[in-house]
Design a protein around this ligand. Structure first.
Ligand SMILES: [Zn+2]
Length: 138
């Protein structure tokens, strides 16, 4: 059918989880940026692009009941601040679970999901969401 959606092709960091490592202070940041927000000018020339593993743990979370009209079919849903293993914190929706199954520290991993589809032309936006990492049965 159609070729890959434009959004997908032009925004590799959205699905590759490309962040940066500042070799001045050693911190990781996501999404990618040009200079370190801690070191500022000292980080110039010391920024390295890194791909995050996509695993982390829940730092905080909330169940969202009020939502945009286009998301009505999904509600309520869980939004969490997730701390990646490398350190950066990002906010995203946690799917495939109920809020009651989560707690601070629950391990999660990134999954790429369709975020929205625009009108009859069908432009599809992708982005990251999180799913809990199920404990393996003993
Ligand atoms: Zn730095």
């Amino acid at each position: 059918m159609a070729t890959a959606p434009r959004f997908w092709r032009e925004n590799p960091s959205r699905y590759n989880l490309v962040g940066i490592r500042c070799n001045s202070c050693g911190r990781y940041f996501f999404p990618r940026r040009a200079i370190c927000p801690i070191c500022h000018r000292k980080s110039v020339g010391k920024i390295e692009e890194v791909k995050l593993k996509g695993t982390g743990k829940i730092f905080s979370f909330t169940e969202v009941h009020d939502t945009l009209e286009e998301l009505v079919l999904q509600k309520p849903y869980v939004v969490a601040m997730v701390e990646f293993d490398e350190g950066p914190k990002v906010t995203g929706q946690v799917i495939d679970c109920e809020a009651s199954e989560l707690q601070i520290g629950t391990p999660v991993r990134v999954t790429m999901r369709k975020l929205s589809e625009e009108g009859p032309s069908g432009i599809i936006h992708y982005g990251y969401k999180f799913v809990p990492v199920k404990e393996k049965a003993p």
